[in-house]
Design a protein around this ligand. Structure first.
Ligand code: AHR
Length: 332
């Protein structure tokens, strides 16, 4: 199976310079001039977007970025649906959009596999597909024109490298709160973190899914605390699960950030506030502001211009001091 497979619609790759302009936009783009549609004509580009759900602060910020950018003012007509973290809901939304004959399909796939049939259907209907945020594994050739999102393996590595630098030599026991089972960020962050702590004396003693939700993180952490009395570090695949873990740790009479260190991924406002307050120790960012890049890719695709098949969004990382400095200007 091709993971992160190269998929094109017969379009040449953009030059490195052009790629740079598409990568890591952090602000919303201006409206298309004169209200003209993006393809160059007067008609709006119809876009069917299937979102994963509303599971986290990150997802809320990502949805806002898309809805603020794929607007009539910018030349688009957006049909948006929330799949409530269920693949069957995403597939049925995509099928509806195909039946409606939208110009472009976009989606953030809840899990990596199981998309071949609907991707074939989109291809047969000649509707270009853009992936945002999460990757798919597919056998379908030229299944999508572009995949816009972070490098999740790198995020896991950054988290693991910081843990190794701070805690190697202490013999610390780590528990891991995984994201949604089968999703690209859960698979990749797990892999990246494990590879970064290899060769250190940090040991992952338990690892379970909290489904990227605050409630899930809290419940799984309660179970970890009951099963293990020697937890030193929590690695949570997102801020929300880390925030749930904080509640469980406090309820167990321990101090998060001190008795049990916490490392998370996302850097949304609530997570950054907990980091600034010393309850989380380190956060690797996952930038949710994908709307501007999505708008550019759709416009280029519809205009028959080349698009880059992989647009990697740049992420930073924050310790307590950096979180205090970044919080006042944080957009999400
Ligand atoms: O796919 C990105 C991940 O999905 C975010 O890190 C997490 O918060 C969200 O649910």
């Amino acid at each position: 199976m091709a993971r992160h497979s190269i998929a094109r619609t017969g379009l040449a790759a953009l030059s490195a310079a052009a790629l740079l302009t598409l990568t890591a936009c952090s602000s919303e783009p201006p409206a298309a001039e004169g209200g003209e549609a993006a393809g160059g004509g007067d008609e709006l580009i119809s876009v069917g977007f299937s979102q994963v759900g509303a599971e986290s602060g990150w997802r809320a910020a990502n949805t806002k970025s898309i809805q603020d950018t794929i607007t009539e003012e910018n030349g688009f007509e957006l049909s948006f649906s929330d799949a409530q973290q269920k693949q069957e809901n995403q597939i049925s939304a995509l099928r509806n959009y195909i039946a409606q004959g939208v110009d472009v399909l976009a989606f953030s796939p809840v899990v990596e596999t199981g998309w071949d049939a609907v991707l074939e259907e989109a291809k047969a209907a000649n509707i270009p597909v853009v992936l945002t945020d999460r990757a798919v594994e597919t056998e379908v050739e030229d299944a999508y024109v572009s995949f816009i999102g972070s490098d999740f393996v790198k995020e896991g590595e950054m988290a693991g490298e910081w843990a190794a630098e701070e805690y190697d030599g202490e013999g610390y026991k780590v528990v891991e709160l995984q994201g949604t089972t089968g999703s690209a960020p859960a698979i990749d962050r797990k892999e990246g973190f494990a590879s970064a702590i290899e060769g250190t004396d940090l040991e992952i003693i338990d690892s379970q899914t909290g489904d990227f939700t605050r409630d899930g993180g809290k419940k799984v952490m309660e179970g970890f605390l009951t099963a293990h009395d020697d937890i030193d570090v929590v690695f949570a695949h997102n801020d929300d699960m880390g925030l749930g873990a904080i509640e469980a740790i406090e309820a167990a009479g321990k101090t998060p950030g001190e008795d049990i260190k916490i490392i998370t991924i996302d850097a949304v406002k609530d997570g950054m506030q907990a980091l600034a307050d010393g309850k989380i120790n380190y956060i690797v960012e996952c930038n949710p502001l994908l709307g501007p890049d999505l708008a550019e890719v759709i416009k280029a695709t519809v205009a028959g211009e080349p698009v880059e098949e992989r647009i990697v969004v740049k992420d930073e990382a924050f310790d307590q001091e950096a979180a205090v400095a970044a919080l006042p200007d944080r957009q999400y």
